[in-house]
Design a protein around this ligand. Structure first.
Ligand code: T46
Length: 133
């Protein structure tokens, strides 16, 4: 079973204001990219997700603000990551239950290996854990 991990992106500092970061596949993004989505306009702390994906991998980047990502796999292994740097990403394998908490004004970018498909979601925790009634 694949495990989640943090990714340090390459960044360049120059005489220009700002920091330029970049990622390439398959180096930092370890899958062919099918979709990106982003979340912004968060006017108060919110927890999103509360689901798992049957298949597909993601890299999440907090472009601004702070995101806490709580992950659990079917074996019950739990991981918590704090994303608060634009130069860092989180690789999230498929089949992890996720809770994603965004602080006010956070901008979260997610790069994924699959196109959107609502049938790819498990939204019932007991079903995910394989002990639905
Ligand atoms: C995750 C967190 C951080 C689409 O039409 N296309 C898309 O690519 C996505 C991601 C969503 N949608 C639609 C489906 C729903 O009607 O947007 C609505 C909200 O989606 P969802 O309930 O999945 O939103 P979140 O924020 O709970 O979850 C999403 C991702 O699904 C999830 O993988 O990690 O953002």
């Amino acid at each position: 079973m694949k495990q989640p991990y943090l990714i340090q992106f390459n960044s360049t500092l120059s005489s220009k204001p700002g920091i330029l970061c970049f990622a390439e596949t398959p180096k930092e993004i370890p899958f062919p990219i099918s979709r990106i989505y982003w979340i912004f306009g968060v006017d108060h702390r919110v927890t999103r997700g509360n689901h798992a994906h049957k298949k597909g991998e993601q890299v999440m980047i907090a472009l601004h603000g702070k995101v806490t990502v709580e992950l659990e796999n079917k074996k019950g292994e739990c991981f918590t990551f704090l994303l608060d740097k634009g130069s860092e990403g989180l690789f999230v394998p498929g089949n992890y239950w996720r809770k994603v908490t965004l602080e006010k004004d956070t901008v979260l970018l997610s790069i994924t290996s699959t196109v959107y498909d609502s049938d790819n979601y498990i939204r019932d925790y007991r079903e995910f854990k394989g002990n639905e009634l």
